[in-house]
Design a binder for this molecule. Structure first.
Ligand code: PMV
Length: 274
């Protein structure tokens, strides 16, 4: 199962707004093994059980997705385990059921997830997601080349970051502004226009929301001075790192050189082509 990147609208999606997300080229593979592999974590046990597997089954996970950085690692692991157990039991699973069961696993760590992570991981491609609404597949004119830059692993969980946002007295206003920007990103993608500036605006609104830490903010400002559009993707973090940041620039060679010098990790990815 693939990981995911939220292009626009994280956090606002928790408040019923539209968010845009895409699956990425990094993924997770799960293999069913007969005896449980040591002590398996609660989510994996839940995924095995939801798929109809007994306590005699365990799984081996092979993952390329960095954990806890906003790239959908937990949803991809849950979905991969559920699918692998079903295959092992000789049963099939429809996408809507896989989505529903993956969502159940997400609730263990996320509390009240919007469902964007399981939706993107299970349905793949580029989607527009709104809580409780059918998933829309976006038809875009031009693929996007993104640099996924590592600002450091957040110390906080997604649940903690969602709770933090709920305490910001400005949240309602900012969430409405994010909604406006997300609509512009969607329109731009569908018409083949450049959406970099809108992503940058979304990035600044996430900073206003209070989910970006000082280190990530400093790096963002340096990158913006070089003409980049920057936004964190996913829940963010403030105590240490803020997870992965989406960086767009016409001259990625120059930007990569700058990041190499600073020993900042990154991955280049293209989204929007299936
Ligand atoms: O778990 P993450 O870092 O991919 O973030 C999920 C997106 C949020 O909007 C912050 C939470 C949610 O449930 O939608």
């Amino acid at each position: 199962m693939p990981g995911k990147v939220i292009l626009a609208g994280e956090h606002a999606v928790v408040y019923g707004k539209m968010a845009l997300a895409a699956s990425i080229g990094l993924g997770v593979e799960a293999k069913v093994v007969k005896a449980p592999q040591g002590v398996q974590n609660q989510i994996i046990r839940k995924a095995i059980e939801l798929a109809g597997g007994g306590r005699d089954l365990g799984v081996k996970i092979i993952s390329e997705i960095p954990i806890g950085s906003g790239l959908g690692s937990s949803a991809a692991v849950s979905a991969a385990v559920i699918k692998a157990v079903r295959v092992y039991l000789g049963k099939s699973i429809r996408q809507d059921e896989l989505f529903r069961l993956t969502m159940e696993c997400e609730k263990i760590t996320h509390g009240n997830p919007s469902g964007i992570d399981p939706a993107t991981v299970v349905y793949g491609g580029l989607i527009a997601y709104r809580k409780g609404r059918p998933i829309e597949r976006l038809q875009i004119k031009k693929s996007l080349t993104l640099l996924l830059v590592d600002s450091g692993r957040p110390m906080e969980s997604t649940k903690e970051m969602v709770e933090l946002v709920a305490t910001n007295p400005q949240t309602e206003r900012i969430v409405d502004e994010i909604e406006t920007v997300v609509t512009k990103v969607r329109g731009g993608l569908e018409r083949g226009r450049n959406v970099a500036e809108f992503l940058n605006q979304n990035g600044k609104l996430l900073e206003d929301l209070g989910v970006v830490g000082l280190g990530a903010m400093k790096l963002s400002n340096e990158l913006r001075k070089l003409g980049c559009s920057v936004k964190i993707t996913g829940a963010g973090g403030v105590v240490t790192g803020s997870g992965i940041m989406i960086v767009m620039n016409n001259n990625l060679v120059m930007i990569k050189g700058m990041l190499d010098k600073k020993h900042v990790g990154y991955i280049e990815t293209i989204v929007g082509i299936e």
